[in-house]
Design a protein around this ligand. Sequence first.
Ligand SMILES: Nc1nc2c(ncn2[C@@H]2O[C@H](COP(=O)(O)OP(=O)(O)OP(=O)(O)O)[C@@H](O)[C@H]2O)c(=O)[nH]1
Ligand SMILES: [Mg+2]
Length: 256
Amino acid sequence: MSRKKTSKSKGASTPAASTLPATNGPRPARSGTARPGPDAPPNGPLQPGRPSLGGGGDFYDVAFKVMLVGDSGVGKTCLLVRFKDGAFLAGTFISTVGIDFRNKVLDVDGVKVKLQMWDTAGQERFRSVTHAYYRDAHALLLLYDVTNKASFDNIQAWLAEIHEYAQHDVALMLLGNKVDSAHERVVKREDGEKLAKEYGLPFMETSAKTGLNVDLAFTAIAKELKQRSMKTPSEPRFRLHDYVKREGRGASCCRP
Ligand SMILES: Nc1nc2c(ncn2[C@@H]2O[C@H](COP(=O)(O)OP(=O)(O)OP(=O)(O)O)[C@@H](O)[C@H]2O)c(=O)[nH]1
Ligand SMILES: [Mg+2]
């Protein structure tokens, strides 16, 4: 297996028309993310074992694309920043424009797994931009906000969209974010669990603010994708559902 290098570049696409109902009003745009930069990765699949990006960075063995989707304001960018940089973006909410990406290389059982993580705009007006990226995603993290009922109610519409645009075997996980906001919670954990069970999805509650279950969500996806691409006959099958159930922490526990 060859060693590759990652880029730390960022990219984006132009806004376009939408297909799903908006759940949040217009917001200020995150500057500098509206058009693809010179280092933007191609909108094609990252083939495990093939270099896809130029530039310096960490070595890796296999690479996968992971997309974060869900309504505007549910915390996709914050979750990504928490995972990538270990920080929380508090203060003014700056809505993502089009699409943005970040890379991180994880060590999964001795294998360097590069996750190229696509942070999509939840706003309705960018929806057709993100449609173009679904096809190449190996995994999708579908988020709702436990303090926003509409974002939970929209999960079924998101699943319909995923069904229409993503690969049929895409790895998918449902995340209920912002569980640190206990007083504002309007979506019970059991409701998330019930919906996840209905659709056969692994489920966790997370907090980009405290870091609860954030690393776990990305690590679980990395393990699943690595297993799918490199499984040897002797290796026991990795079960994403079981892993997430076993390792996930409850919202009452505020340790990252
Ligand atoms: N309390 C709390 N606030 C959060 C959490 N995650 C995000 N937020 C806040 O929620 C707001 C929206 O977060 P973003 O990450 O920008 O939301 P987004 O899903 O990327 O939104 P779009 O880019 O418009 O799709 C910001 O004000 C964040 O500070 C969390 O886990 N807990
Ligand atoms: Mg965002």
